[in-house]
Design a protein around this ligand. Structure first.
Ligand code: DAH
Length: 340
């Protein structure tokens, strides 16, 4: 037994020392410790020895196994280190070369304007409400005091999906949804930004565009509150020198209704090409919430009043950034979008 183990040891040590690759080493390992490996066989043979000889022989086997395992591990790490060193010698990375520059995206001017509007009204204590873009005829028109066949529906020539469902033509339906949600609590004080859709397409109209709706319902809300809030909004948006004026107008969901003009931000009100010489630029529609609309929202029109307004985001963006064609906002031309 002793002799046999000595032979195994001498031969194995020589082979381990001579091994040149990790593959070769793996083979040697199987030859020693695998199922039919020399050390495994020697261990099995122990059982056939007379009981008196076993302890000594067993000690010898263990000693040999430990010695060979250590020799194998040492060689294995040495070969691994060598392989790594060789790879590092081959690989030449020039860390001073410029890296690959990934183009960074940025916010779309329309989203910048929406974020600005939200900031201003959040600062005035309004919350942000949302409504669906696929809306029912009821919310988009009827609850807003536009019964079927009302001529004001024509101005919002709309995309119908069924007779009852359409792509909303204005954000005003969110007024009704917000009131239904809040009723009977007061105040209802929301803005509702979002996409709206109309059958329009030219340099100043797009079939999809954005509006921000505003609604304040409470006890004792007056037209002066509407004017104060809108003046604050306009000055935050276009600068502290801006003035506003209210012109009588008509919307079915407000009474009275007022169109809001802002003093021209291009000429300061003297009159120029952009304000067509008037010094004023039309910016949004507004008014005192019609009693019928308050009732549709669930409120008692005898005890509460409210104001509402609707502003076109594209129009604000065009005025703020001096953009003269609305289509530029939707072309996705990176040269245009990079300017903001
Ligand atoms: N919904 C109107 C439109 O799209 C805009 C509007 C006008 C909204 C007056 C209002 C309002 O809330 O009071 O033309």
């Amino acid at each position: 037994m002793r002799e046999r183990l000595e032979n195994i040891r001498t031969e194995a040590l020589a082979r381990i020392a001579a091994a040149e690759s990790e593959d070769e080493l793996r083979e040697i390992r199987t030859g020693l410790f695998g199922k039919k490996g020399a050390i495994t066989q020697a261990t099995k043979m122990l059982g056939r020895l007379p009981a008196a000889d076993r302890p000594q022989a067993g000690g010898l086997v263990n000693e040999t196994r430990a010695l060979l395992e250590r020799a194998w591990e040492d060689k294995n790490s040495a070969l691994g280190a060598e392989a790594l060193a060789a790879r590092l010698r081959r690989e030449t990375i020039d860390v001073t070369l410029p890296g690959t520059v990934l183009p960074a995206g940025r916010q779309h001017p329309l989203n910048m304007v929406i974020a600005d509007i939200e900031d201003i009204f959040l600062g005035l204590g309004f919350s942000i409400a949302e409504g669906p873009e696929i809306e029912t005829d009821y919310y988009n028109f009827e609850a807003l005091n536009l019964p079927p066949d009302h001529p004001a529906r024509d101005m919002q020539d709309s995309f119908y999906i069924t007779e009852e469902l359409l792509l909303r033509s204005q954000t005003s339906p969110v007024q009704i949804r917000a009131m239904e949600k809040m009723c009977p609590r007061l105040p209802v004080k929301i803005i509702a930004p979002g996409k709206v859709y109309r059958n329009d397409d030219d340099a100043t109209h797009s079939p999809m565009f954005h509006q921000v709706e505003g609604l304040l319902v409470d006890k004792g809300v007056r037209m002066a509150d509407l004017k104060g809030v809108l003046l604050c909004f306009i000055r935050e948006m276009f600068g502290p020198e801006r003035e506003i004026r209210m012109r009588p107008s008509f919307f079915p969901f407000t009474e009275p209704s007022a169109e809001i003009d802002v003093s021209c931000m291009f000429c300061g009100g003297d009159g120029c090409r952009l304000c067509k010489g008037t010094g004023w630029i039309e910016i949004l529609g507004s008014g005192m919430v019609h009693p019928r609309v308050l009732t549709m929202g669930g409120y008692d029109a005898n005890t509460v009043t409210g104001f509402a307004f609707g502003v076109g985001v594209e129009r604000v963006a065009m005025l703020k950034y001096g953009i003269d064609d609305m289509r530029l906002l939707f072309d996705n031309d990176i040269r245009f979008l990079r300017q903001f």
